[in-house]
Ligand binder design. Structure first.
Ligand SMILES: Nc1nc2c(ncn2[C@@H]2O[C@H](COP(=O)(O)OP(=O)(O)OP(=O)(O)O)[C@@H](O)[C@H]2O)c(=O)[nH]1
Length: 696
């Protein structure tokens, strides 16, 4: 088949934009789309006309919630941009984006440098080995400081970051940048939309500074790059191309982070940022191979961006589009896919038909016939595919390395106003949980209430809001509840014997099980160590099932019991009376018995909290943290304010926004993200058990 690929692989970039909330991701993305010719009007995020933040809630709240995948073209290169959210309640969105990206732009507010959320997403990007370039945005803002921003990358992220530009002017005199490689100045007209700029000689007053900065840059590259080092040592001149090649190699190897300056809002520096994306961020050919396993042979396979290989893609997002329905965003790792063809969902072992393929431009779209390796597209028609599934050639099933999402830590009850709302709500919740792997909805088996669970209060508020707007469901919302867990702390052995003899056929099941606390996060593991058929084979799955089901309801206060190893090692059966059901009950009796001696505890989610307050309020704020059972891990001075790092139980963080506001006259801010589960203090445990009419 003729290759209809429009952009060669080396002319493709899959990039994300990550930042602390409000650093200017959305504005920068918008400007990129503007200059790449996809939109014709510059929309401001604060007046609700933004092209990327298309969901109503995003426009109203001025924050980016979903990652919209947008395709743009800069010079001869296709750039797929994934807009990632900055709010910590949506880290799952950030993670899934990082998984499919090849490179990323980290945006800083040049007046603030590295901020707490910058650190979080930077760490995530390092974990996924995503090469980065840095854009120090808001150079027009009062207090903007380019050098301090670069310094903050060294200090707070320990990143080998170096300026490849210098800003010309700052705050309201910021008018352009000096390119330290070309040694030219790009000067914008202060009032224009930034489409045009002059390329001129470096202004006299910047010459010396620029020479010095260039020498520093070359030295920094020489430190990580042998070929530049050789020339440098021999005192030879390092050419522009060699500098660029050195920066590119360093950036791809995560050893170097080039820093640029600009102002998205004032339309400055965006074109140079786009050039840097082409020059320094990887094409799909430059990234480490994506891993997959052959489900039949168990063999590990490395996927290569190559159109000739069998098709393999990862579904990284499912979204409901108001016009075309269910969209599945896919990143193609190898091979090609035509619209109207069939693929295998290898994760679910189901054949799926790809009705249409779309290239997305935020809320606008173009239909395409085929998607090639290394590209990102949205497929319509996939019915059973959810986030993280592998889509492959039907004859070549592969399981692609998937994504791990944290379990929800907070829940709230939702009660529909009318019977009609109930039905609509069920549909809404199903759709929303298909889209968002960190959101779960279930019915409480005792009260019949619908419970929704997610990663934070804001996360759930947004879901409820979407339910109202998109699905027209009216519902009352309960108080947020912490998603507690239960765990064993000691190993123990217990018997579970279930015998019932009441006329007719009786019931008989008898098991001995050894329970051991499992490593955190390892979940439930079951081992069958029966010898000599004392428990017949056909009943073993029922024992495992019985344990699983009763673990769901916990042993202390009704919360799921997690991280337990269970070894079935003895038991007995009855020729006539034994049944699968009887062994299931026996297993649950064994679990209850074990709870008496296994030191069960209730675990609570502990949040990593970062609070920024002006110095004068620090005493009060620290007092509040301690009063909320929090531990202060450290403090730092940040731009004349204090940054407090603390670990605080989630249950103590409800309503904290209001407390902080009044304790700091509205000047404090905080962010939090789930860190780990930890046992609650005994007094709290007793309280929780009493409140839940505990079954201990
Ligand atoms: N002065 C100045 N303000 C800017 C600049 N870029 C963005 N802003 C403003 O900063 C605010 C936040 O910008 P956004 O683009 O929404 O930031 P974001 O990072 O996408 O925010 P979230 O999506 O909420 O994480 C808006 O009021 C922008 O107008 C800039 O270069 N200079």
């Amino acid at each position: 088949m003729a290759n209809k690929r429009e952009f060669p692989l080396e002319k493709t970039r899959n990039i994300g934009i990550t930042a602390h909330i409000d650093a200017g991701k959305t504005t920068a993305t918008e400007r990129i789309l503007y200059y790449t010719g996809r939109i014709h009007k510059i929309g401001e995020t604060h007046d609700g006309a933004s092209q990327m933040d298309w969901m109503v809630q995003e426009q109203e709240r001025g924050i980016t919630i979903t990652s919209a995948a947008t395709t743009a073209r800069w010079k001869d290169t296709r750039i797929n941009i994934i807009d990632t959210p900055g709010h910590v309640d949506f880290t799952a969105e950030v993670e899934r984006s990082l998984r499919v990206l090849d490179g990323s732009i980290t945006i800083l507010d040049a007046a603030a440098g590295v901020e707490p959320q910058t650190e979080t997403v930077w760490r995530q990007a390092s974990e996924y080995e995503v090469p980065r370039i840095v854009f120090a945005n808001k150079m027009d803002k009062l207090g903007a400081d380019f050098e301090a921003s670069v310094e903050s990358l060294h200090e707070r992220l320990d990143a080998n970051a170096h300026a490849i530009q210098l800003p010309i002017g700052k705050e309201d005199t910021f008018e352009g940048v000096i390119d330290l490689i070309e040694m030219k100045a790009y000067i914008y007209d202060l009032d224009e939309n930034g489409s045009e700029y002059d390329i001129v000689e470096i202004p006299e007053e910047y010459k010396e500074k620029a020479e010095q900065a260039r020498a520093d840059l070359i030295e920094a590259i020489a430190d990580i790059d042998d070929s530049v080092m050789e020339k440098f040592l021999e005192g030879e001149e390092v050419t522009k191309d060699e500098i660029k090649a050195g920066i590119r190699r360093g950036t791809l190897n995560l050893e170097f982070y080039p820093v640029l300056a600009g102002s998205a809002f004032k339309n400055k520096g965006i074109q140079m940022l786009m050039d840097a994306v082409l020059d320094y961020l990887p094409s799909p050919l430059d990234v480490r191979p994506y891993k997959a396993t052959d489900p039949d042979s168990g063999e590990n396979i490395e996927l290569k961006a190559d159109d000739e290989k069998p098709f393999a893609a990862l579904a990284f997002k499912v979204a409901t589009d108001p016009f075309v329905g269910r969209l599945t965003f896919i990143r193609v790792y190898q091979g090609t896919l035509e619209s109207g063809s069939y693929v295998l969902n290898a994760t679910k072992d189901k054949r799926e038909r790809v009705g249409r393929l779309l290239q997305m431009h935020s809320n606008d779209r173009t239909e395409i016939d085929e998607v090639f390796s290394g590209d990102i597209a949205a497929a319509i028609g996939l019915k059973n595919t959810t986030t993280g599934d592998s889509l492959t050639d039907q004859k070549h099933p592969l399981h692609l390395e998937s994504m791990v999402f944290p379990d929800p830590v907070i829940s709230v009850s939702v009660e529909p106003k009318t019977k009609a709302d109930q039905d609509k709500m069920n549909i809404a919740l199903q759709k929303l949980s298909e889209e968002d792997p960190t959101f779960k909805a279930e019915t409480d088996s005792e009260t019949g209430e619908t419970i929704i669970a997610g990663m934070g209060e804001l996360h759930l508020n947004i879901i409820v809001d979407r339910m109202k707007r998109e699905f027209k469901v009216e519902a009352t919302i309960g108080q947020p509840q912490v998603a507690y867990r239960e765990a064993f702390t000691k190993p123990t052995k217990a018997q579970g014997k279930f015998v019932r003899q009441s006329g007719g056929k009786g019931q008989y099941g008898d098991v001995w099980i050894e329970f051991t606390p499992n490593e955190t996060g390892k979940g439930f593991e079951f081992e069958n160590a029966i010898v000599g058929g004392v428990v017949p084979r056909e009943y073993i799955p029922s024992v495992e099932q019985g344990l699983k089901e009763s673990m769901e309801n916990g042993v202390l206060a009704g919360y799921p019991l997690i991280d337990v190893k269970a070894k079935l090692y003895d038991g007995s059966y009855h020729d006539v009376d034994s049944s699968e059901a009887a062994f299931k009950v026996a297993a649950s009796i064994a679990l209850k018995e074990a709870a008496k001696s296994a030191g069960p505890v209730i675990l609570e989610p502990i949040m990593k909290v970062d609070i920024v307050v002006p110095e004068e309020y620090m005493g009060d704020v620290m007092g509040q943290v301690t009063a909320r059972r929090g531990n202060v891990d450290g403090m730092e001075v940040r731009n004349k304010a204090q940054l407090i790092h603390a670990m605080v139980p989630l249950s103590e963080m409800f309503g904290y926004a209001t407390t902080l506001r009044s304790a700091s006259q509205g000047r404090g801010t905080f962010s939090m993200t789930f860190d780990h589960y930890s046992p609650v203090p005994t007094a709290v445990q007793t309280e929780i058990i009493e409140k839940n009419g505990g079954n201990a």
